[in-house]
Design a protein around this ligand. Structure first.
Ligand code: ADP
Ligand code: MG
Length: 260
């Protein structure tokens, strides 16, 4: 477990990864990044710097136009789970059926999936909501369903693209706490995109700051505070100092993108 910033063995290597879209937009250029087992790695950077593009490439939803992606272990179909900014739930289906969906697509029956789905709902604190439909849930609860759905197949890497951006601050803090707890229990590797340096410092052991035009890695910041992290960390002087450093790097990255 990545209880400290010393993270584990390399899991995924991006080497000189570039992505130029057919319309000529250079979304990423020369991205070198090693994601280690057990990392909680955040990607922060100005809008348009290629964060979503990088996640989609890692997920295999998009191919790089240059460079290579190298997985260190063959992890099969279930290597990644994806959580988008919108919970993207099936509106007519129950919470249970929404979480069952990825298993169902793999041919797992409702009865076979029952235990795994209920366990996952318990893990995201939604036990008892199996029969609810999305419109009956708050934004935070919908996001919990989305996380449960992404984790029900036990992926090794959980990719999250600004998952809490639309939530109010109190809900977001609670989801941050619960996500860290889940990460420590389930031991997946997390790659988390956020606009918020505060959120990235609270969650991550590594913050990768990206710059735009073209999208690239600007700098990396290690967050050495130990886990578990709680309210005490969020209100500590260490946390405030790290947030200042991360904000400074982000300001530099924005500047580096506009000077091109
Ligand atoms: P971020 O998530 O950091 O805001 P994106 O990865 O969404 O950035 O986008 C990076 C750049 O690539 C932007 O300039 C965006 O307009 C462009 N882009 C993203 N997807 C496409 C696409 N499918 N076709 C053309 N350009 C795209
Ligand atoms: Mg994006």
């Amino acid at each position: 477990m990545a209880a400290d910033t010393e993270s584990g063995a390399p899991l995924l290597l991006l080497r000189a990864v570039g992505k130029t879209f057919s319309n000529g937009v250079k979304a990423l250029a020369d991205v070198d990044l090693t994601i280690r087992e057990g990392d909680f790695l955040s990607l922060v950077g100005p809008s348009g710097c290629g964060k979503s593009t990088a996640l989609r490439i890692i997920a295999g939803l998009s191919m790089p136009t240059s460079g290579t992606l190298q997985w260190h272990k063959i992890l099969g179909d279930d290597r990644v789970g994806f959580v988008f900014q919108e919970p993207t739930l099936l509106p007519w289906a129950s919470v249970f059926d929404n979480v069952w969906l990825p298993l169902r697509l793999r041919g797992v029956s409702r009865r076979q999936a029952d235990h795994a789905v209920r366990m996952m709902l318990e893990r995201v604190h939604l036990a008892g909501f199996e029969h609810a439909v999305p419109r009956e849930l708050s934004g935070g609860m919908k996001m919990r369903v989305s996380i449960a759905r992404a984790l029900v197949t036990k992926p090794r890497v959980l990719l999250m693209d600004e998952p809490f951006a639309a939530l109010d601050e109190i809900t977001r803090f609670k989801l941050n706490d619960d996500l860290l707890e889940l990460w420590q229990e389930e031991r997946f590797t997390a790659v988390f995109v956020t606009h918020s340096v505060f959120e990235s410092v609270f969650l991550s052991n590594r913050i990768v700051v990206m710059a735009a035009r073209p999208g690239r890695v600007h700098k990396e910041l290690a967050v050495t505070a130990p886990y578990p992290r709680s309210e005490a960390f969020r209100t500590s002087a260490d946390y405030a100092a790290l947030c200042r450093r991360a904000s400074g790097m982000l300001a530099e990255a924005i500047d580096a993108g506009t000077r091109r």
